[in-house]
Design a protein. Structure first.
Length: 172
């Protein structure tokens, strides 16, 4: 996949269209993890784009971000629906998902992270804040770098509920 690099202030465009993301993380012990997250949106584009993600505080990805203060927001494609479901079916506390699911990956460019090959794009972030609210943790992050394929938004996957997903149609 050919990726265009985005200016830090334009990175929000990658998630303007919304859709499922794969939050990719690393723990202090060097292990990597990733999990699908539907609740992730842009919140600012002044300087570097900022994002918020809502993660269950029991998730491995959540504790990884608290440990390393870094994460990536990867944009999976419709062809990666199976990967999305698999990564959402198990916790990184129980298994190494990259090994168990045979996920081919490439390294992050600004942070030490593993990204699944053939994603439509990704945004590397440093954590700015974490705000636990009950069992949910609201994590905010600032863009360190962002890359996406041309027309990445056409490849995105959106989640409704249960087993209902859709992919965007044509540009209007
Ligand atoms: C389509 C889909 C959307 C999801 N969205 C979220 C979400 O927005 N926030 C969240 O905390 N978990 C969400 N999950 C659940 C986590 O991805 C799942 O519990 C995962 O196994 C957590 O892995 P971890 O413990 O390795 O972080 C979603 C799962 C799926 C399949």
């Amino acid at each position: 996949m050919e990726y265009k690099e985005y200016a830090l202030g334009d990175a929000y465009e990658l998630q303007n269209a919304g859709g499922i993301v794969l939050i990719c993380t690393r723990a202090n012990d060097g292990r990597f993890d990733l999990a699908p997250v539907a609740w992730c949106c842009p919140m600012d584009y002044d300087g570097a784009s900022k994002f918020l993600c809502v993660l269950d505080t029991g998730h491995k990805t959540y504790s990884d971000i608290i440990e390393t203060r870094e994460f990536a927001i990867a944009l999976p494609t419709a062809q990666q629906l199976d990967l999305i479901k698999k990564c959402g079916s198990k916790s990184g506390f129980m298994t190494d998902k990259y090994g168990e699911f045979g996920i081919e990956s490439f390294p992050g460019r600004k942070i030490s992270i593993k990204l699944p090959v053939e994603v439509a794009g990704w945004i590397e972030c440093k954590m700015i804040s974490v705000n636990p609210v009950g069992t949910s943790g609201v994590i905010t992050g600032e863009t360190l770098g962002a890359w996406a394929a041309p027309d990445f938004w056409k490849m995105r996957v959106h989640f409704v509920t249960g087993n209902t997903y859709f992919s965007p149609g044509e540009k209007l």
